[in-house]
Design a protein around this ligand. Structure first.
Ligand code: AGP
Length: 609
């Protein structure tokens, strides 16, 4: 999704901004641009496509400004052309603006600007409206023009503005889109996200909703919506800078898949104390807090939703409270029955997914307690939740989510098991058995990654297929959905996942000779049922690849190929079983020469509805 960077100081703003934008590439973009304040003017360059295209345009020495703003755009209003790329300028070219979000009432403001101020639009974007509004109100004081413009705007935004006549400040405002300010020495920075600034500073301010931030080279001032100066704590970022880079792997996705054992370890082990009890970093639910609940909702999008599907089984099994899983984009529009007897759990890697955030706000309004599982510290979802359990997976850069997913599953186990014990619905012996199982997962995930050779060979065999099916039962259904999504999003092969028992109610009609099925059979208690479903598809001459636990000899007799994950209990099998499917998707995408880390039409964090 769009990214913003700003710099003011003594150095060349051009270099800092380009490096910052590079740090935000993982958000996804289709054009980029930069505006520099230089010798009383604003110089703007923008290009569609990769950042390199932009860089080629700004090598000349005229780009010597010490103040500037930059942007990577992921098209929403208007196609991904150079004209629509940010920054956008006011009519006289003296104000430049970059913006992340959507101005919902731009179609009211635009005619007003055209009729009353004879503005000629140069792009199809909603953002250009911000630049014109500020331009219309500007009388030598950027701060007050921005304030007046904001009063006219509705929607979601984090935007930054500079003025040619005030080359000593950047003014930015946040409403429902991420924004941070970075503290430097004789300079200051602005960005949508931490990776943009890691090269320059680790001391940042998180800007809250409806706040305005004014950056000069010596100072960062934050004001709330009433114009009162806000004192904000500095947040020190402890991320390893290397974590934001590929570390020798060909793709971020492969790096992140290989990081799963460690990510699982970091997410899990610090939360189990030396007596084998679960401690959830400050999250505390007493028995009374849980007994009052009559409903749990788990709400998320995409991969995080698939994690939620697994969560449903866990909460119902351990906590014995009816649990519903919903897509965030649906939840908010179907008038869900939420009140103060509801626990609302949202799952989001980025913590910025607009639909999930909106669903959270809806549930909060109706009185639910909000618990979120997030990977991004200080993200909007994390900040707006009553309780947060972080997946300590480190930054996930590839658009295809891998380590975030497996660590989300770990968090769901931890929370549900903790609650099960507090509520007394999960017997101690059972709890201890599963804790021991969970503790073996980092090593078993390591072991499971060794299926890579097998998965590469399968990819070589099947990468030309135009359709692949995934089936399973119980928690294997969620894994099937996730495997199918991974394949679709990075290889662009049409794939379909379905609960195996549901096949014969329609989808079985699609099976022809050699139709390819990945059949997950990791649930021992459902094995007989799954075996019968595989027999059904074999009888129709499908080609089947089974995925099961080490030691299952029966599956090899009916499947054409079998992939084994380490022996483990049914409860934790889904955390391992997804790994071969991630590897399969990766190798098929590679053989199809896809842009694995940045698949077409997709963005890492979806901050629009
Ligand atoms: C999956 O690989 C995708 N990246 C996508 O489905 C993602 O899980 C979804 O957009 C939700 O994102 P979030 O976890 O950041 O909220």
């Amino acid at each position: 999704m769009c990214g913003i960077v700003g710099y003011i100081g003594n150095d060349s703003a051009k270099n800092v901004i380009i490096n910052g934008l590079r740090g935000l590439e993982y958000r996804g973009y289709d054009s980029a641009g930069i505006a520099l304040g230089s010798r009383g003017r604003i110089l703007v360059r923008k290009e569609s496509g990769a950042l390199e295209n932009l860089e080629k345009k700004i090598t000349k020495s005229e780009f010597d400004g010490k103040i500037g703003i930059g942007h990577t755009r992921w098209a929403t209003h208007g196609s991904p052309t150079r004209e629509n790329a940010h920054p956008h300028l006011s009519a006289d070219g003296k104000i430049a603006v970059v913006h992340n979000g959507i101005i919902e009432n731009y179609d009211e403001l635009k005619p007003w600007l055209i009729e009353n101020h004879h503005i000629e639009y140069r792009s199809e974007t909603d953002t250009e409206t911000i630049a014109h509004l500020i331009g219309v109100y500007y009388q030598g004081d950027l701060e007050s023009a921005v304030k007046k413009a904001v009063l006219r705007m509705r929607g979601t935004y984090a935007f930054a503005a500079i003025a040619a006549d005030e080359p000593n400040k950047i003014v930015a405002v946040r409403k429902d889109a991420p924004l941070i300010a970075g503290i430097g020495e004789n300079c200051n920075y602005l960005a949508s996200d931490i990776p943009a600034l890691l090269k320059y500073t680790r001391d940042i301010y998180l800007i809250e909703n409806d706040e305005m931030v004014i950056l000069t080279k010596d100072e960062i001032k934050i004001y709330d919506a009433d114009g009162t100066r806000v004192k904000r704590e500095i947040m020190r970022v402890t991320w390893d800078a290397d974590a934001a880079e590929k570390g020798g792997y060909e793709h971020f996705m492969m790096k992140e898949m290989c990081e799963q054992p460690d990510a699982i370890r970091k997410t899990l082990l610090p939360r189990i104390d030396n007596k084998g009890r679960i401690k959830l970093d400050g999250i505390k639910f007493e028995k009374d807090d849980l007994d009052v609940l009559d409903h749990i909702y788990i709400v998320a999008c995409g991969t995080a939703y698939h994690a939620g599907l697994q969560g449903k089984s866990l909460f119902e099994k351990y906590v014995k409270i009816p649990t519903e899983v919903d897509l965030a984009s649906e939840f908010r529009y179907r008038k869900p029955l939420v009140d103060n007897r509801t626990l609302f759990i949202c799952i989001s890697q980025s913590g910025e997914t607009q639909d999930t955030l909106a669903a959270l706000r809806e549930a909060k309004k109706q009185g639910a307690r909000i618990l979120s599982i997030c990977n991004a510290m200080g993200s909007s979802i994390a900040r707006e939740s009553d309780d947060v359990l972080y997946t300590w997976a480190g930054p996930e850069i590839a658009v295809a989510s891998t380590k975030a997913y497996t660590t989300q599953l770990i968090c769901l186990h931890l929370i549900s098991m903790y609650m099960g014990r507090v509520r007394g619905t999960l017997p101690k012996v059972e709890f201890e058995r599963i804790i021991e199982e969970l503790k073996t997962l980092p090593e078993k995930a390591e072991e499971t990654l060794k299926t890579e050779n097998v998965m590469r060979e399968l990819a070589e065999k099947f990468f030309i297929k135009e359709q692949i099916f995934y089936i399973g039962r119980g928690t294997d259904v969620g894994t099937a959905y996730e495997g199918s999504l991974k394949l679709k999003e990075i290889s662009y092969i049409n794939s379909f996942a379905i609960a195996a028992g549901e096949l014969k109610h329609g989808t079985i009609a699609l099976i022809r000779k050699q139709t390819l099925f990945f059949a997950l059979a990791t649930q021992d208690f459902l094995y007989e049922k799954m075996h019968s479903n595989i027999e059904e598809i074999k009888a129709r001459n499908a080609h089947t690849v089974g995925i099961t636990k080490d030691g299952n000899k029966r599956l090899a007799k009916i499947c054409d190929e079998v992939v084994y994950i380490p022996k483990c209990s049914d409860e934790v099998a889904s955390i391992l079983a997804v790994i071969p499917l991630q590897l399969l998707a990766y190798h098929i995408a590679k053989l199809r020469k896809r842009d694995i880390d940045k698949p077409r039409n997709l963005a890492k964090s979806v901050t629009v509805e």
